[in-house]
Design a protein around this ligand. Structure first.
Ligand code: ADP
Ligand code: FRU
Length: 304
């Protein structure tokens, strides 16, 4: 059986309203559509990986409320393994995002609640049988020290196995306020940095961001920066800047764009491509193609 790709991070409930026009404060309007969807970067990425044909596992924490039941059903539907997840029974509430999707341009405005959410801890992670995995991806959650600990654990494991059995690691640095993530650039083989993060650190373009931040990465690693409608760039061990344009989705008349989880989809497609041994350029292009297709559909069904 093929080895798994593990994605560590958040599963939350996205409660989505699709609006005709972006609402004004204190207004009252009817929405075009309303639905619940699985959310959280790691949950989204693991589901896309499965749709694209990978053996995909999600590692995160669950509560015991209605939202958690919903999420577990979704993972089952997408054939994502959740057997190592941890359930908290002491009254914590599943994180939720109220998402406003603007039908005019596909923008997504996210109002997230995840206060005091218990994250996966190194002691949970260290129970995993690492021989089962070929790639482990971490969402850059607030628990930065724990993420570092888990990545170091994988490094130690990799020292004990043959080169072709080593696990490749990746880390997404997205949120600008998680200062501890600044210190994790040298802990993974593949770094995904977001447009918001790059801008918040004073760089104006994806090219500048990747060039400047690449010096913080460890030897042999690669850094990738997706940038919405401008596609994505990457820099690998050759020190050359690789880039891919975005691919506009094919929309039928009256169909809406939806960019929610485009970045998570990009990461999944990129990881899958690299895990199959494809080049940095191929992975970048595949990531943009799959993320572009996602923007032309509601959710992720249809990516398979
Ligand atoms: P997010 O904001 O969800 O983290 P990004 O804006 O960084 O995601 O976009 C990730 C990838 O999704 C981009 O590199 C691009 O390939 C694709 N993408 C995003 N928005 C669009 C769009 N409007 N049209 C086509 N592709 C897009
Ligand atoms: C999209 C997403 C949503 C979730 C939010 C959490 O990337 O994972 O599904 O509500 O981000 O920040």
């Amino acid at each position: 059986m093929s080895k798994r790709i593990l994605v560590v991070g958040l599963a939350c409930a996205d409660i989505i309203s699709v609006v005709q026009d972006y609402p004004e404060e204190d207004s009252d309007q009817r929405v075009l559509d309303y639905y619940w969807q699985r959310g959280g970067n790691a949950a989204n990425t693991s589901c896309v990986l499965s749709l694209l044909g990978a053996r995909s596992e999600f590692l995160g924490t669950f509560a015991t409320d209605r939202e958690a039941e919903f999420l577990k059903e979704v993972f089952q539907k997408y054939n994502v393994i959740t057997e190592n997840c941890v359930t908290y029974t002491d009254g914590v509430k599943t994180p939720t995002s109220i998402v406003i999707t603007n039908s005019k341009n596909g923008s997504r405005t996210i109002l997230h609640h995840g206060k005091n959410w218990p994250e996966i801890k190194p002691e949970h992670f260290k129970n995993l049988d690492l021989t089962q995995y070929k790639w482990i991806h971490f969402e850059g959650r607030p628990s930065c020290d724990d993420i570092k600990d888990m990545l170091l654990w994988i490094d130690e494991y990799n020292k004990t196995v043959d080169k072709d059995a080593r696990i490749r690691t990746s880390l997404e640095i997205e949120k600008t306020t998680r200062i501890g993530l600044d210190n994790l650039f040298n802990t993974a083989d593949t770094l995904f940095v977001s447009k918001d993060y790059v801008k918040s650190r004073g760089y104006n373009t994806k090219e500048e961001g990747v060039q400047k931040l690449s010096v913080k990465c460890r030897e042999g690693s690669e850094i990738i920066c997706p940038w919405g409608e401008e596609g994505a760039v990457a820099m690998g061990t050759d020190g050359i800047l690789h880039s891919s344009p975005a691919f506009s989705p094919k929309l039928s008349p009256g169909q809406n764009m939806e960019t929610l989880a485009a970045g998570d989809t990009f990461n999944a497609a990129f990881i899958l491509s690299r895990s199959k041994g494809q080049s940095l350029n191929e992975a970048l292009t595949f990531g943009c193609q799959v993320a572009g297709s996602k923007c032309g559909m509601k959710g992720i069904d249809g990516l398979d």
